[in-house]
Design a protein around this ligand. Structure first.
Ligand code: F6P
Length: 504
């Protein structure tokens, strides 16, 4: 008889706790065993977990946990377009946008993608006049993916200069206005629901800016990206400039849909398609590979090991690549909005779920936060992400120093350095994984993001939580609406704040 989930967790908890140094000494094949690679045509990505505390035995126990959690069945449900978000009675079909999923959903996604491709092509060819700038307004999943992808892939000679604006603080929109010429600017309004107050307010202000600056038909300059096209029509956008996507695509999983319009506009259709293809390669790997050889599943094993068995409350991601400077922001939403839950799918208390995701770029972070990582009292599992090929054309010294530092940090965190002087002592035994891309092109980027999506899903399955809802964000919105409406009383502190700010 197979194990229950509780039995699997109990077995995991009984494991000894050797140091990383002991693990390397005990197994000369450790690097090979704990390293995986995905091939993506001419490039690939190497994943090295040898500097984590994972062992053959732990991996076997985690495989048992995955089995006890019906991981295979849940994965089939995900790719089969079945309900995997029971609290909202929805499927989660982001992989169908990349061509991997239930046939009907893949076909529907293809048709919508074709529509977007035509519009992108038409804009590039001048059908909407000269277009030099795009101001993309959206928030959360409707902004973080586009911002990251445009920043990562759209640096060299972008076809259109894209500005992603999410904050309702007008300072953000003003910054975009200052960088754009209204006569050659399009506005993308990106909102799955087409109701989000920040986005709709920013959209109104962007149209006003166009009108105030002599654009005769401001709504004619709007492209709407939404799962509710009827709302965009009501708002005044012509149907030919509305790019819909399926309701079964969650906000934080939506950069592959029409929400990715600014990405395609900036980097061109071929590279946008390459990004989808890279993600699809990771989808197929995740769908078709069992046990520890499955890269996102293995990453989830490591995440759960540190979360549940070593009590780590945070995990950090350091990209040794300037092009990925927005990755920690993106992953914060992906991981914390998905798995930041306190009850299981059955509504029972769950125990610890998502760690707090944080991070930065190397080498900047070394000169700011790494002190705590080396000598502080927290154990923080780290992912280092880098590319062997440089992203710059300068003297190769830049990239050498970047990569050397990346590898040196992993080595130093693991080895530590003993000193009789407690202030100069480094305890070591601090875990890290290294994700090393051959090159950071659009394909690799797509695979990297899909890897994280599936990692989150795999962890959620083993934690028995629903990664696809986000009710936790609603209460604050509700109270903001009540404040706006007036007539309600709040706690004394909030009342005082409202009063001194002239809002109460
Ligand atoms: O408030 C959270 C959230 O619903 C996110 O999940 C989502 O990505 C974001 O708001 C934006 O929502 P929309 O795309 O509907 O404007």
């Amino acid at each position: 008889m197979s194990m229950t989930r509780d039995e699997a967790w109990n077995a995991l908890a009984l494991h000894p706790d050797p140091t990383l140094e002991e693990l390397f000494a005990a197994d000369p094949d450790r690097v090979d065993k704990l390293t995986g690679r995905i091939e993506l045509g001419e490039v690939g990505i190497r994943f090295d977990w040898s500097k984590t505390h994972l062992t053959d035995e732990l991996l076997a126990e985690f495989e048992a946990l995955a089995e006890a959690s019906d991981f295979g069945e849940m994965r089939d449900r995900l790719f089969g377009g079945e309900v995997v978000n029971p609290t909202e009675n929805r499927a989660a079909e982001h992989s169908a946008l990349r061509g991997v999923g239930q046939d009907a959903s893949v076909e529907e996604a293809e048709a919508l993608r074709e529509r977007m491709k035509l519009l992108v092509g038409a804009i590039h060819e001048g059908a909407l006049g000269e277009v030099k700038h795009l101001i993309h307004v959206g928030i959360g999943g409707s902004a973080l993916g586009p911002a990251l992808a445009v920043d990562a892939l759209g640096r060299d000679d972008p076809k259109v200069d894209v500005h992603v604006v999410s904050n309702i603080d007008g300072v953000a929109l003003e910054e975009a206005f200052a960088a754009c010429d209204p006569a050659t600017t399009l506005i993308a309004v990106a909102s799955k629901t087409f109701t989000t107050i920040e986005t709709m307010t920013n959209a109104h202000s962007a149209l006003k800016w166009l009108a105030d600056n002599g654009v005769s038909d401001p709504t004619g300059r709007v492209i709407a990206l939404t799962a509710y096209p009827e709302k965009a029509v009501e708002w005044g956008v012509d149907e030919t400039r509305i790019l819909p996507f399926a309701e079964s695509v969650g906000g934080r999983y939506s950069l592959w849909s029409s929400i990715g319009f600014p990405i395609a506009i900036a980097i061109g259709w071929d590279d946008f398609q390459a990004m989808l293809d890279g993600a699809a390669a990771m989808d197929r790997h995740f769908r078709d590979t069992d046990g520890r050889a499955n890269l996102p599943l293995r990453a989830a094993f490591s995440d759960l090991f540190y979360l549940r068995l070593r009590g780590c409350q945070t995990r950090a991601v350091f990209a040794y690549d300037e092009r990925l400077r927005l990755l920690p922001d993106y992953l914060q939403q992906l991981e914390m909005e998905s798995n930041g839950k306190r009850v299981t799918v059955h509504g029972e208390p769950s125990g610890p779920t998502a760690p707090i995701t944080w991070g930065g770029v190397g080498t900047d972070a070394q000169h700011a936060v790494f002190q705590l990582l080396h000598q502080g009292t927290h154990m923080v599992p780290i992912d280092f992400i880098a590319s062997i090929e440089p992203g710059d054309m300068l003297d190769s010294a830049h990239h050498h120093i970047l990569l050397m530092n990346c590898f040196a940090q992993g080595a130093a965190l693991m080895a530590g350095k003993q000193s009789d002087d407690p202030h100069r002592n480094y305890p070591g035994n601090r875990p890290s994984a290294t994700i090393l891309c051959d090159d950071l092109d659009a394909t690799t980027f797509g695979a990297l993001i899909a890897f994280h999506e599936h990692r989150v899903f795999a962890a959620a399955v083993m934690l028995d939580i629903n990664p696809f809802d986000q009710f936790g964000v609603e209460l604050g919105k509700e109270i903001a609406r009540k404040i706006e409406k007036g007539g309600e009383r709040f706690d004394a502190s909030t009342e005082a704040l409202l009063k001194v700010s002239g809002l109460g």
